[in-house]
Ligand binder design. Structure first.
Ligand SMILES: [Zn+2]
Ligand SMILES: [Zn+2]
Length: 464
């Protein structure tokens, strides 16, 4: 039993055909218009049998006894009783009865087939009635004829070979039925080598199921006797037939389940359920997690950036992003996407993340300024609203000098003055800021390009 290469405590269910990694369901990604692929390299994956997918029949015994209590099996029992009664009243009723026995057998095989595929919902009775396909019933008769012939043949060699053959085919009978249900081949179903091999692969569980089957057959017969005593001949027969079919269906479902449980040993292939991916995971986040686990940090950063540029992203990704940036010494990457990330954070009203990212930027790149003045003013107002006055002021204290648009510039200075006066406890500075605002803007306008490179003048605000 192998484990996922990315989850040491999870069983792997897939192997990548390209990078040969063992993967669990959570380590697959689903690309648009494509089935699930390897989360590491995007290669096709193959299902690899996993014992953890197998629930042994002894943990599901209750399900087999409950199996006949489904719509179609109950209908089967009801119709059998109706036909049973009707066949005594009409001429050639036995023909009808015989045909119905064929339907029942066919239905039994569909039960085995469906349960063998891991499905406990009963098959449709209508499908067994219509559409012909009674070969399996005829082949079942073939199994009895051929095994009897072989037993007779063996008894010609002596008493002991006869007894051995008889015991063997009796023991192998459920296996013959199971092979018939899955392979639909009469010769395989009676071939002693084939039967021996299949029973050997299942091992002692086969004997256990065999005991169950004998037990149920005996229950059925004992019950029949009791029903005759209790209800008399007619009612006893009817309830007896019902219980006979009930136990038959329990046995069919159990045989089907035995095939399902040992599907890998019997090489019948994975069931549909095996091939289902059982967790719905976020494709991008899986790719990020696996790229990080693989040590492909640049790729991981690319994935994270493409995510955090989206309007509503999972803010937890920012933690991963910051850690990865710090670890790989790539902090400068944050600067290239900072404005859009900040805008997304503001739009989602994630003020703590907003302040944290901004603080991180200025901690490592003190000269960084926003490019878009209108946006900077908006951010500053947002920071003011959420009570982060220091950062709100810092956002504007240099950028106002670059503003050509008087209105924006004046709004910035107003906000700065307000912050200084009301929140930062610097009323004198606030007055100075308002003086800048009143200065002739025309002159400022011509000088504006030089402003950022000029050394600090008296108006510069060394606050933050
Ligand atoms: Zn791969
Ligand atoms: Zn995994």
């Amino acid at each position: 039993m192998s484990f996922c290469d990315y989850h040491s405590n999870k069983h792997s269910r897939w192997t990548c055909t390209q990078c040969h990694k063992n993967l669990c369901d959570q380590c697959l990604v689903t690309e648009p218009n494509q089935g699930p692929v390897c989360g590491s390299c995007g290669g096709q994956v193959e299902y690899t049998p996993n014992k953890a997918d197998v629930v042994p029949f002894w943990n599901r015994v209750g399900d087999f006894f409950a199996y006949p209590f489904q719509k179609d099996p109950i209908m089967l029992i009801a119709i059998t009783l109706i036909i049973g009664v009707a066949s005594t009243a009409i001429p050639f009723g036995w023909v009808l009865l015989l045909l119905w026995v064929f339907v029942q057998t066919k239905y039994g095989f569909s039960v085995i087939e469906k349960v063998a595929n891991g499905k406990m919902e009963a098959p449709s009775l209508m499908d067994s009635i219509s559409g012909g396909g009674f070969e399996l019933t005829i082949k079942t008769i073939g199994v009895f004829i051929l095994t009897s012939l072989m037993t007779f043949g063996a008894s010609y060699l002596g008493a002991i070979p006869g007894i051995i053959a008889s015991l063997f085919f009796t023991l192998a009978l459920p296996m013959s039925i199971m092979i018939l249900a899955t392979q639909e081949d009469l010769i395989s179903a009676v071939n002693p080598v084939n039967l021996m091999q299949a029973m050997w692969r299942i091992g002692w569980s086969y004997l256990l199921v065999y005991l169950y089957l004998i037990m149920m057959a005996m229950c059925s017969i004992t019950l029949l006797g009791m029903l005759f005593e209790w209800f008399g001949l007619v009612a006893g027969t009817l309830t007896g037939v019902a219980s006979f079919i009930y136990f038959g269906l329990v046995m069919y479902s159990l045989m089907g389940y035995l095939i399902h449980q040992f599907r890998f040993e019997l090489q019948v292939g994975p069931s549909e359920n095996d091939l289902k991916v059982r967790s719905k995971n976020n494709t991008q986040e899986t790719k990020i997690r696996i790229a990080l686990a693989d040590g492909r940090f640049e790729k991981a950063l690319d994935y994270i950036e493409s995510e955090i540029k989206k309007p509503s992203f999972n803010p937890a990704l920012l933690d991963t992003y910051q850690k990865t940036l710090a670890f790989t010494q790539h902090r400068d990457r944050l600067l290239t996407i900072s404005e859009i990330v900040l805008k997304n954070l503001k739009d989602q009203d994630l003020s703590l993340y907003f302040s944290r990212i901004l603080g991180e930027i200025w901690k490592h790149e003190p000269k960084w300024e926003m490019e878009n003045g209108v946006q900077a003013l908006e951010f500053s107002q947002y920071l003011n609203d959420v009570g982060d006055y220091q950062l709100s002021f810092r956002m504007l204290k240099n950028i106002y000098k670059n503003q050509r648009d008087n209105e924006t510039r004046n709004d910035m200075l107003d906000l700065m003055a307000k912050l200084l006066r009301d929140n930062l406890n610097q009323p004198q500075m606030a007055d100075k800021v308002l003086l800048i605002k009143q200065a002739p803007t025309q002159r400022k306008h011509t000088q504006v390009k030089k402003m950022p490179t000029q050394p600090s003048d008296s108006n510069d605000l060394k606050l933050v």
